[in-house]
Design a protein around this ligand. Structure first.
Ligand SMILES: *Cc1c(COP(=O)(O)O)cnc(C)c1O
Length: 379
């Protein structure tokens, strides 16, 4: 068994082979026209992404992190502002408010779906209001691991408290909630094209979606140094946050197989859940949703069981990963900003969560091998 070739956690080579001819011609077109910044592929990609998720506007940017930053800059979020976000997420979600001088207020997550805990979100907003030191300004809901957060509930809280809503959809572009693709749930939606995301480019990239004409115009200005109607009119402090034309060309090629890939991810996730559900805790599906399955995370009983599982899988040539080994409120970088609240669910998940490989190029044989290895190593 150990003689078998290790399965890749992520297989970008296999995908490249599937789209090789189209990819080449897309790249060659850019090399021919040389409009490397804001070339025609950028416009085409924005139109196709907007129609893919049913959003009025798509503004492509240089990364998912920059998408979050531009969205918050457009609202004027800064010093004295509280930005509510889950503690169990990737670091970028919390980094951005701090870069802008605002304060992240960490919220715990639901123990079964791992999405932001709605009751705790409201409790944290009331706490901040009661303390009176920070101004509640925004909620960043994260669609974690490919599943949607509970957007109707988040919007309801945001409306009652007058807060801006930003959907950090970096892991979940392509997912649906209540029959609608993510991209139009919040006031603005940010996504990422980092290579390992469901729609990944060959480098950094990201996009913002919004229904608001004013916000879209601001995002376009902010991604190009705050420019006005002419290039040398500077209206506001912005950044260099554009998506490269080459990256847009690559994403256009990847977009031609994106739905197929989402379907393949969903098929593999269903096999995992069906085969492994009695041996380990498999993901709880968010009701009335379709996941993008960026990450398939299982729960083990405790840290020791997780260590044993990871070691056993490794010996069988099956890689695994831990998202996330430490919740953000316990990261040294955020200690100074955190008010000290305990977030027991996030803290517990970090000790016993583990991700199995899930990408569209896993073969049925790979999937069977992964399931066999998990079952063999489950206590
Ligand atoms: C990947 C990720 C980001 C950041 O995206 P980049 O394109 O890497 O900057 C932000 N939030 C979440 C939840 C992510 O997973």
């Amino acid at each position: 068994m150990s003689a078998a070739k290790p399965i890749p956690f992520l297989d970008l080579k296999a995908q490249q082979a599937r789209i090789a001819a189209d990819l080449r011609s897309r790249i060659d077109a850019v090399l021919a026209h040389c409009q490397f910044v804001l070339g025609p592929e950028v416009v085409e990609l924005e139109q196709k992404l907007a129609s893919f998720c049913g959003a009025k506007h798509c503004v492509s940017v240089s990364s998912g992190t920059d998408a979050l930053q531009i969205a918050m800059m457009a609202e004027g979020i800064g010093r004295g502002d509280a930005v509510f976000l889950p503690a169990f997420t990737y670091t970028a979600t919390a980094e951005v408010p701090l870069v802008l001088g605002a304060t992240p207020v960490f919220v715990d997550v639901d123990p079964s779906t791992f999405q932001i805990d709605i009751a705790h979100l409201e409790a944290r907003i009331l706490q901040v209001k009661h303390k009176g030191e920070l101004r509640p300004r925004a909620i960043v809901g994260v669609d974690l691991f490919g599943q949607p957060a509970d957007w109707p509930a988040i919007i309801d809280i945001a409306t009652r408290h007058g807060l801006f809503t930003l959907d950090d959809c970096a892991q979940s572009f392509g997912a649906h909630l209540h029959g609608k693709p993510l991209g139009t749930q919040a006031d603005a939606t940010a996504t990422s094209f980092f290579p390992s995301k469901p729609l990944g480019g060959y480098g950094d990239g990201g996009a913002l979606f919004t229904e608001s004409d004013e916000r879209a115009a601001l995002y376009r200005s902010l991604r190009t140094h705050g420019e006005g109607t002419t290039r040398y009119e500077v209206l506001r402090t912005g950044m260099n946050g554009r998506l490269d034309t080459l990256q847009a060309a690559i994403l256009l090629s990847k977009l031609t197989v994106f739905q197929e890939e989402l379907d393949a991810r969903a098929r593999i996730a269903a096999i995992y859940s069906q085969r492994l559900g009695n041996a380990v805790t498999v993901p709880t599906l968010v009701p009335d949703s379709v996941a993008a399955w960026a990450i398939y995370a299982i729960l083990l009983p405790d840290a020791a069981a997780r260590d044993r599982m990871q070691a056993g899988l490794k010996a069988a040539g099956v890689p695994s990963a831990i998202y996330y080994p430490r919740p953000l409120h316990l990261q040294p970088a955020y200690a100074g900003a955190h008010d000290g609240a305990r977030l027991p669910v996030s803290e517990d998940l970090a000790t016993r969560i583990m991700a199995l490989p899930l990408h569209p190029d896993l073969t049925d044989h790979d999937v069977a091998r992964i399931c066999d290895a998990v079952l063999a190593n489950a206590a």
